[in-house]
Design a protein around this ligand. Structure first.
Ligand SMILES: NC(=O)c1ccc[n+]([C@@H]2O[C@H](COP(=O)([O-])OP(=O)(O)OC[C@H]3O[C@@H](n4cnc5c(N)ncnc54)[C@H](O)[C@@H]3O)[C@@H](O)[C@H]2O)c1
Length: 349
């Protein structure tokens, strides 16, 4: 690779992969040479939609033949460990969708495999790449809020996700492992590492197997507190889905992110609106533009990482700490206790 152009492959041609492919195929200097799915019909449909020349139904065959610069794993979590371990032997950069692993043991094995082969593991954690959160981060780094002491990240809606992602209704561990990971990543991104965590879960919609709502309280090592809350059974009109609403407070001011990406900075001298709305991609549309725009931003970053021009954000090792919060949140909810993260250990069954 001398001209900084990248050759990538995609594994998993399901619901969310359309966002990956829409973003990759519009990125300068990136070519997706092949796609793979166990289901040939899905692989063929994706290849046709995005003008990809070659399809595979076996990831091993694809990686051995294509010798890509990067591998984009867009399958559901059950296959992540095997695919990342396989990919680490064939490409320098591995991108894995969240949740990147179901257990700490799996996550550690994936990080070790990439480390042993000298490849870089990036987790497709796109919420911190949403435009509003990049604007808020820049303002906080600029000192606009002063020293932070509180944050809330809230994802509450009644959108029928089960049409596009039927597996969400079937999994035993649902909202903490699905949206909770995003919210905990935001909490760590803005307020740093977590000292203690408590959490409650609720099962509200009778059609789901796992919890479809949770409320977690995190105390960060800085002393700041954050609340991460999520519900897939909240009646609000208009429905904010798929927006995350947020509030971050410091000793100099408060940033509030409301519906329709309305961002306001409150200080002692009044309130000021800030433009934080994502652009609607040419290939996208409401209500998905915030997600679509964040996938493009994340994948631009992933390409920079593959070119050696940026460090992964987040890396597998970083995201392992977010995974630990999610797994500990289930333990906290089950034992109705506050968990000290330094003492927490994964329970193996
Ligand atoms: N970051 C986000 O905002 C966001 C949003 C939605 C979904 N996701 C994540 O994206 C991932 C995929 O979700 P989805 O809804 O697209 O799932 P999906 O079930 O629609 O698609 C997954 C595809 O992977 C294929 N697959 C599974 N194992 C494979 C293997 N070993 N080799 C090749 N193909 C294989 C399946 O056949 C399926 O077509 C999940 O981890 C989900 O949590 C992330």
């Amino acid at each position: 690779m001398t001209d900084q152009s990248l050759r990538g492959v995609l594994i998993g041609c399901g619901f969310f992969s359309d966002n990956h492919m829409n973003a990759w195929t519009r990125q300068d200097g990136v070519t997706i040479t092949a796609v793979c799915d166990l289901d040939e019909v899905k692989a063929e449909a994706t290849a046709q939609r995005f003008g990809v020349k070659t399809i595979y139904t076996n990831a091993q065959d694809m990686l051995a033949t294509e010798a890509p610069d990067f591998v984009d794993v867009a399958t559901t979590v059950g296959s992540h460990r095997a695919l990342v371990e396989l990919a680490s032997g064939h490409a320098k950069t591995i991108i894995c969708q969240k949740p990147f692993a179901e257990t700490i043991a799996d996550g550690e094995a994936m990080i070790a495999a990439c480390g042993a082969s000298g490849s870089t593991l990036i987790v497709h954690e796109n919420f911190r790449w949403q435009r509003a959160f990049t604007v808020m981060k820049a303002m906080i780094e600029n000192g606009d809020l002063g020293s932070l002491h509180f944050a809330q990240f809230s994802f509450r809606h009644d959108y029928d996700n089960y049409v596009n992602q039927p597996y969400l209704a079937e999994i035993e561990r649902f909202t903490i492992m699905d949206v909770g990971l995003h919210l905990f990543d935001l909490a760590r991104h803005f307020l740093g590492e977590v000292d203690t965590l408590s959490c409650t879960t609720q099962r509200l919609n009778p059609i789901v197997r796992g919890e479809d709502a949770f409320t977690a309280m995190l105390v960060h090592t800085s002393g700041a507190t954050s609340i991460c809350d999520c519900s897939f059974y909240s009646k609000v009109a208009p429905d904010p889905f798929p927006q995350t609403l947020a509030r971050i407070e410091g000793d100099q001011g408060t940033l509030m992110l409301g519906q329709d990406y309305r961002l306001t900075l409150h200080t002692g001298s009044g309130a000021r609106e800030i433009d934080a709305a994502p652009a609607v991609p040419s290939w996208g549309g409401a209500p998905w533009q915030g997600v679509q725009d964040s996938v493009m931003r994340f994948q631009n970053h992933a390409a920079d990482v593959a070119r050696g021009q940026a460090d992964p954000a987040p890396s597998g090792a970083d995201n392992l700490k977010t995974l630990a919060l999610a797994l500990a949140a289930y333990d906290a909810a089950e034992t109705r206790s506050s968990i000290t993260m330094a003492d927490w250990q994964e329970t193996t069954s």
